[in-house]
Design a binder for this molecule. Structure first.
Ligand code: KIV
Ligand code: ZN
Length: 505
């Protein structure tokens, strides 16, 4: 049996179905490029029939990203499949991923079809997809709650029709590792043609078992794992791919399997996804959380100092967390700055480098020691991939315990400096009301989060906001960074508004 596990990333499709997450085309492209650097085998870039935005994103990823298979999702009907192919056709390697539910509960209440009708639809869909590409994945939605003998029948039929990957999802996160392993094994042993295709699993995390279930399925013979970076996704999310990957990697002695992943890109990928989706990574999150490699207890610290492996089963460098933390300061030159960014994996063009370097100099005047995290924040904040219609020029706040908070703001819009003032319930509210006055747009602030990038009083404040805007109530995420948290708050809001304006165009 093949000893490689293929990694199928659905951050841009199932991951983007996380409540409150909405990525624009440029953000999806940035994530897709990083996923390709990480070395995933398949990027599921979206569900093309669902919206013009999803279609455009799948098309852009298919046209640009190389060295990886690009998949598009389609229900088991010709219209969805035609649309998916239209978006995918320029990919170096394209996969149509078609699905239909198979559990009795879905058949009865959702599809209102009987089992034979579902087999017919699935076979017709696979045959239709096969006219476009040789690489066709079939998923039985809610498989873990479906009758296993029925699954063997439908899988046998779609394999005959040409499916090359059979996905057996735990759509509602219901199964357990032992049960799922047995289920997968039974299906593999009782479905004709299973030896010619790749068996895939796709687990949701409703009971916190998505990664455990995925690894149990791999132990039972699955060779493709689907999941999302940081475990984002519908409801409680998908299997966190970084955990699946490091599980296989760290316990190679147990699984005896490999992946094509460059693990040193894991941390950067996690940060990028967190920053663009506005979904923070909890500090105690396995593999990529802030505390994942921190040793607090004296006994543990003592052990690690004597011999790292006493308490560490992985080391931070393996996942791309850089140990060297205090790097640059006020006297560091452009050359050192550029070199350090290169070491952190950023390659900026001349204009981007100039922008980032002047930002670094301003920060170095305020902060004695600039850590790698500061550099990463500067680059992520400065290198925007959409045009900034509005740029914060200045900000003046009057606030206190016995005054009405008032903000006066200047936003540059092309050549013009637009100025306004407004009062609010607090200084941040006053700033946001002033921005609304200037732009003439009105959005609902649904989430505001403030974090310190490093420790210390002079730490950079990192603000992420989520705005609900427009008739379709789409969510826009904005991020702003500054040593002044009110400035960071203003920048985050303006960043989200710029994304809305870009979308409206
Ligand atoms: O959870 C699920 O079943 C899915 C399918 C479309 C694969 O996301
Ligand atoms: Zn799913």
């Amino acid at each position: 049996m093949n000893n490689q596990v293929y990694i199928f990333d659905t951050t841009l499709r199932d991951g983007e179905q996380s409540p409150g997450v909405s990525l624009n085309l440029n953000e999806k492209l940035q994530i897709a490029r990083q996923l390709a650097r990480l070395g995933v085998d398949i990027i599921e870039a979206g569900f093309p029939i669902t919206s013009p935005g999803d279609f455009a994103a799948v098309q852009a990823v298919a046209k640009e990203v190389r060295g990886v298979t690009v998949a598009g999702l389609a229900r088991a009907n010709f219209k969805d499949i035609d649309r998916a192919w239209e978006a995918l056709k320029d990919a170096e390697q394209a996969r149509i991923h078609t699905f239909i539910a198979t559990s009795d509960i879905h058949l009865k209440y959702k599809l209102r079809k009987d089992r034979e009708q579902v087999i017919e639809a699935a076979v017709a869909a696979v045959k239709h997809a096969k006219k476009y590409t040789s690489d066709v994945e079939f998923s039985a939605e809610d498989a873990s709650r479906s009758d296993q003998n029925y699954l063997c029948r439908i899988f046998g039929e779609v394999i005959k029709a040409g499916a090359t990957v059979i996905n057996i999802p735990d759509t509602v996160g219901y199964t357990t590792p032992e049960e799922y392993a047995k289920f997968i094994r039974y299906i593999i042993e009782n479905t004709p043609g299973m030896d010619k295709i790749t068996v895939s699993v796709h687990c949701h995390d409703d009971l916190g078992l998505a990664v455990a279930n995925s690894l149990a399925a791999v132990g039972a013979g699955a060779r493709q794992v689907e999941g999302a970076i940081n475990g984002i996704g519908e409801r409680a999310g998908n299997a966190a791919l970084e955990e699946v990957i490091m599980g296989l990697h760290t316990r190679k002695d147990h699984y005896g399997l490999i992946t094509g992943i460059n693990t040193q890109e894991i941390y950067r990928t996690s940060r990028l996804v967190s920053s663009l989706t506005g979904m923070p990574v909890q500090p105690n999150k396995s593999v990529v959380g802030k505390n994942a490699f921190a040793h607090e207890s004296g006994i543990h610290q003592d052990g690690v100092l004597k011999e790292r492996t006493t308490y560490e089963i992985m080391n931070p460098e393996q996942v791309g967390i850089i140990a060297n933390n205090l790097v640059l300061g006020k006297h560091s030159g452009r050359h050192a700055f550029k070199d350090r960014l290169a070491e952190l994996g950023y390659s900026l063009n001349e204009e981007e480098l100039n922008l980032a370097f002047s930002r670094f100099k301003v920060l170095a005047d305020k902060k004695k020691e600039i850590a790698d995290q500061d550099l990463q924040a500067i680059v992520e904040d400065e290198i925007k991939h959409i045009p900034d219609t509005y740029v914060l020029e200045y900000l003046h706040i009057s606030t206190g315990t016995s005054v009405v908070p008032t903000a006066t703001l200047g936003l540059r819009c092309g050549e013009e400096l637009k100025e306004e003032a407004a009062c609010g319930d607090g200084p941040v509210d006053a700033i946001y009301k002033t921005v609304d006055k200037i732009t003439g747009l009105s959005c609902v602030l649904v989430n505001y989060a403030l974090n310190a990038i490093t420790g210390g009083k002079d730490a950079l404040g990192d603000v992420t906001v989520k705005l609900r805007c427009g008739e379709n109530e789409k969510i826009y995420t904005g991020r702003g960074i500054s040593t002044d948290i009110l400035e960071a708050s203003a920048k985050a809001y303006v960043n989200a508004v710029n994304k809305l304006i870009y979308d409206m165009k």
